[in-house]
Design a protein around this ligand. Structure first.
Ligand SMILES: Nc1ncnc2c1ncn2[C@@H]1O[C@H](COP(=O)(O)OP(=O)(O)O)[C@@H](O)[C@H]1O
Ligand SMILES: [Mg+2]
Length: 254
């Protein structure tokens, strides 16, 4: 299954959710690939550490897409093994920013999907982390994905932002990717403002939106997992938040 984790708002938990769900997926025995499409590279750092910049990144893949070299390197050249079994990463880097304009103007929006089709036999699960914007990389991921997970925090909650996001998804589905399904909204950092959020969630559910269970609560363990570049399932397998992530993972289909 190919999933994209998307919300054009920053700081809602996209990268954290990507890393932790993907790590559980690999831990459960699935050959799992994480693609980091955000030039901030938080997911890359969280899974590969900060020790050294990976030499072949997603930016190098897209750079190759722009060149017309006869011998193109296969996508597998840009994938790195993480320290965790069965968990591989296609890393992001700052260079993604410089390439964005060119990629957009040359209509390369289907390239990621085509490349992933070639890897279909190598991975059981693909998780794509996106930048906080609806730009070329986010669209590429939404076109390459079968499912979309939408992290949602109650900070600065705005229904309109969510409706804009859902509209954007509908448009991508209609124009480019009829297979794209919204798997659900993930409520993150729940205990922060439980009352405000409960009302918002009730309203969204009454409108027919799928809100996944359980909610993920706020915890300092999540920050520690970032600092130590170790997903929760390995850092604190018995922690409450790890349990929530495991339950959330089993609510997804594969
Ligand atoms: N459940 C949680 N508990 C505590 N902090 C969290 C939790 N989820 C995310 N965070 C923190 O919130 C910040 C934003 O999360 P991040 O995953 O980077 O969001 P995004 O990728 O959407 O910008 C990070 O500092 C992260 O450590
Ligand atoms: Mg992020």
């Amino acid at each position: 299954m190919r999933r994209v984790i998307f919300n054009q708002k920053g700081g809602v938990g996209k990268s954290t959710i990507t890393c932790n769900l993907a790590a559980i997926s690999a831990h459960e025995g699935l050959r799992t690939l994480v693609i980091d499409l955000d030039s901030q590279a938080n997911t890359t750092y969280d899974l590969l550490g900060r020790a050294e910049e990976p030499d072949s990144t997603l930016a190098d893949f897209f750079d190759q897409v722009l060149s017309f070299r006869l011998h193109q390197r296969p996508l597998s050249d840009f994938i790195h093994a993480s320290p965790f079994p069965r968990l591989h990463v296609m890393p992001a880097s700052r260079a993604l920013e410089e390439l964005r304009g060119k990629l957009e103007s040359r209509y390369k929006i289907y390239k990621l999907r085509e490349a992933l089709d070639e890897l279909a036999d190598d991975y059981d699960a693909v998780y794509m982390d996106t930048p906080p914007a609806l730009n070329f990389y986010t669209r590429s991921a939404l076109i390459a994905a079968e499912r979309c997970l939408i992290p949602f925090d109650c900070d600065d909650f705005s229904r309109h932002a969510l409706y804009d996001l859902l509209d954007a998804l509908m448009e991508i589905r209609e124009d480019h990717n009829p297979e794209l399904t919204i798997e659900g909204i993930i409520v993150n950092q729940y205990n922060a403002r439980a009352n405000v959020l409960r009302k918002a969630v009730d309203e969204l559910e009454s409108e027919g939106h799928s809100i996944l269970r359980p909610y993920i609560t706020a915890s300092v363990k999540v920050k520690e997992a970032h600092d130590r570049a170790t997903p929760l399932i390995h850092l604190a397998p018995r922690h409450k938040v790890t349990g929530q992530y495991r339950e959330l993972f089993s609510a997804l289909d594969g």
